[in-house]
Ligand binder design. Structure first.
Ligand code: C5P
Length: 283
């Protein structure tokens, strides 16, 4: 086998809490993560030549691309002799959206390289390499419903969350993740998520409990320029969403629905105003 295509799913934060600032400049987080059916397709091919070529839609496929960084880290950390690679990414997940699109492409690249070149590599080891590429990459390697702690790399797989419909709506601006973190003063954070309650609700398959606890503390430090996020949340509520929040460091907002028809209606309404609106399901 010289080529493999794997899905790279987008993620949502059902909760996102910031616990403390660390000595290394990162923050200790607590996040309940969920993969959704919006996906990129990542094809990795062993070319038999040299060097890494990467095509990634409108995003540069150079050394700054997380998929290329992932391939370099894979060779450096596993001892597998580097060989020529072609990484072809069909992009559907918007970049800089809070949906871990780049991290998910990197994770799919790592999983593809394991399958093609080192099938006996343990999952833990692959996630350790993933953490060197970016904070969200280990979670993207694992997928499903999971608690992510530390920088995001300490993972606990949870019982699958109830299968909900998620409508995603990305306004037409980007929010810098480091900028948002720089606005956080831990002692002044308010309206934080009830992570323990969310874990309990997921454990018991309690859909209402899950819906009631969807929350992202980053919303409380959003600069004024980004208030459209709150307009979209209000719109989701008017469109019958049982829960709505920003995902990650934004700006994408999601609305959750039990009913497929209601999700479809919300999708129709929002996509008339926002080109980057997606109708998805939990995966
Ligand atoms: O790890 P990654 O490169 O994805 O992180 C991007 C930036 O987000 C970091 O440089 C840091 O400023 C911030 N960050 C943080 N705490 C985390 C994850 C990211 O402060 N747990």
């Amino acid at each position: 086998m010289t080529s493999i295509t794997l899905p790279a799913y987008a993620k949502l934060n059902l909760t996102l809490d910031i616990l403390r600032k660390r000595e290394d400049g990162y923050h200790d987080l607590q996040m309940v993560m969920q993969t959704v059916s919006l996906q990129d397709d990542v094809t990795v091919t062993l070319t038999g030549g040299e060097g890494i070529a990467c095509r990634c839609g409108e995003i540069p496929g150079d050394e700054t691309n997380l998929a290329v960084k992932a391939a370099r880290a894979f060779f450096a950390e596993t001892g597998v002799v580097p060989c020529g690679l072609d990484i072809d990414i069909v992009k559907r997940i918007p970049a800089q959206a809070g949906m871990a699109g780049g991290s998910s492409d990197a994770a799919a690249t790592l999983r593809a390289l394991r399958r093609l070149m080192k099938p006996d590599l343990l999952g833990d080891e692959l996630e350790r390499i993933a953490a060197m590429v970016g904070s969200d990459v280990p979670y993207c390697v694992r997928g499903g419903t999971a608690l992510a702690e530390g920088r995001g790399e300490r993972l606990t797989t949870l019982r699958d969350a109830p299968k909900l419909h998620a409508v995603l709506c990305k306004p037409d601006f980007a929010i810098s993740t480091p900028l948002l973190f720089s606005r956080v003063k831990i002692s002044e954070l308010w309206n934080r998520p009830d992570t323990a309650g969310m874990l309990d609700a997921i454990h018991h398959g309690d859909v209402e409990g899950v819906m009631a606890r969807v929350k992202n503390v980053f919303e409380t430090v959003l600069p004024k320029d980004y208030e459209e996020v709150f307009d979209i949340k209000e719109r989701f509520l008017r469109l019958g969403a049982e829960a709505t929040a920003m995902t990650g460091s934004g700006p994408t907002v999601f609305g959750l629905y039990r009913d497929a028809g209601a999700a479809q209606m919300a999708y129709k309404s929002l996509s008339a105003d926002y080109a980057q609106t997606f109708l998805t399901q939990f995966v």
